[in-house]
Design a protein around this ligand. Structure first.
Ligand code: PHE
Length: 356
């Protein structure tokens, strides 16, 4: 009897201390297995007389049951602990940003640059405007103070569509300036728009592709002057190139639709063949601009005595190449996936005023 009691204590203590499921299984086998300690005592029952056997047998069965249920409980506890440990170990932080996938698509640098430009001017209060790629002569030329036979039409090598029944020919717009006209025709000042889009010229070499992108800006109200133009464009180049200060200069130029007209240059250095924007003793032309010509206002039905404002036009590929160090214009339109993977942008990396 004492043997049984001692064995009970011993086995229960072992069960209590079992550190893991494997240790617990060893204990079960050593107590209740075929050659186990409790099983061993059971075998002795046969040699006992009936009274002793009944007493001993009952006690032994009770111990067996107790040990079995202790094993069960401990097993449950250990299983819970193991699960708990796994859950903690394998926990995923669902708030982490997703990793860019190698197979995911990329945003083309042109789209990214347009988004950046729109967000910068949007912050200054400009609205987005759009116009058709196929334009009529009036919007692309005449209303912009470029009458038929005017030599300025030869400044831009135009793609013409086949003649219509009335003898007129539509064109692929040669610049985004027709959006100025469409906006002034349909809205009353104050006007403040930015119009990015595709433009076309019959031109193809190292630095020209037949299709390229421009962004047009237009501000019309009663008081806007050249100072506003300068402040606005300076603010833009600083934000776009992510520089605290950029030297700029305005060179007198000619556009039929602005008077005065200017080309804006930004300061740069080209030492050692490497172009650096923002400092140095060299200049880089980045856009054309000027005060909207009174004739253009009049062509859109606005009284030039009452309204005035400025406009500018900028090549998007050019400023994308400058900011992102893309050396060859033509590669923009080669649709080479390796190029896009290298120069493209991760879709969720949306440009904004804080990160550029
Ligand atoms: N449309 C001109 C060009 O394509 C650019 C420009 C736009 C100049 C607006 C002045 C004002 O070259």
């Amino acid at each position: 009897m004492e043997n049984i009691e001692a064995l009970r204590e011993e086995v229960l203590a072992e069960v209590e201390k079992a550190a893991d499921l494997a240790a617990l299984e060893d204990i079960r086998i050593s107590a209740l297995g075929k050659k186990g300690r409790i099983t061993g005592l059971m075998k002795n029952l046969g040699k006992m007389d009936p009274d002793q056997r009944r007493e001993f047998g009952q006690a032994l069965n009770a111990v067996k049951d107790q040990v079995a249920s202790a094993l069960d409980m401990r097993k449950g506890d250990l299983e819970n602990a193991a699960l708990e440990a796994r859950l903690t170990g394998e926990r995923i932080d669902v708030t982490l940003p997703s990793r860019p996938s190698e197979t995911a698509g990329r945003i083309h640098p042109i789209s990214q640059t347009i988004d950046e430009i729109v967000s910068i001017f949007g912050e200054m209060g400009f609205a987005l405007a759009e116009g058709p790629d196929i334009e009529d002569d009036f919007h692309n030329f005449t209303a912009l103070n470029i009458p038929p036979e005017h030599p300025a039409r030869e400044m831009q090598d135009t793609f013409y569509l086949p003649e219509g029944e009335d003898g007129s020919r539509l064109v692929l717009r040669t610049h985004t300036s027709p959006v100025q006209i469409r906006t002034m025709q349909s809205k009353t000042p104050p006007i403040r728009i930015i119009a990015p889009g595709r433009t076309y010229r019959s031109d193809s070499d190292m630095t020209h592709t037949p299709m390229f992108h421009q962004v047009e800006g237009l501000v019309i109200d009663k008081k806007t002057h050249m100072g506003h133009l300068k402040g606005c464009l300076l603010e833009f180049v600083k934000t776009y190139f992510e520089l605290d200060d950029v030297p700029v200069r305005y060179r007198p130029s000619f556009f039929p639709f602005t008077e005065p007209s200017a080309e804006m240059d930004i300061g740069c250095s080209r030492k050692g063949g490497e172009l650096k924007i923002g400092a140095g003793d060299d200049w880089l032309e980045i856009l054309g601009c000027g005060m909207v010509h009174p004739r253009v206002l009049a062509a859109c039905g606005l009284d030039p005595e009452e309204y005035q404002g400025f406009a500018f036009g900028m090549g998007i590929e050019r400023i994308a190449m400058l900011k992102y160090g893309i050396p060859d214009l033509r590669t923009f339109f080669d649709t080479d996936l390796r190029w896009l993977k290298h120069y493209g942008f991760v879709p969720l990396d949306v440009p904004n005023m804080v990160r550029g």
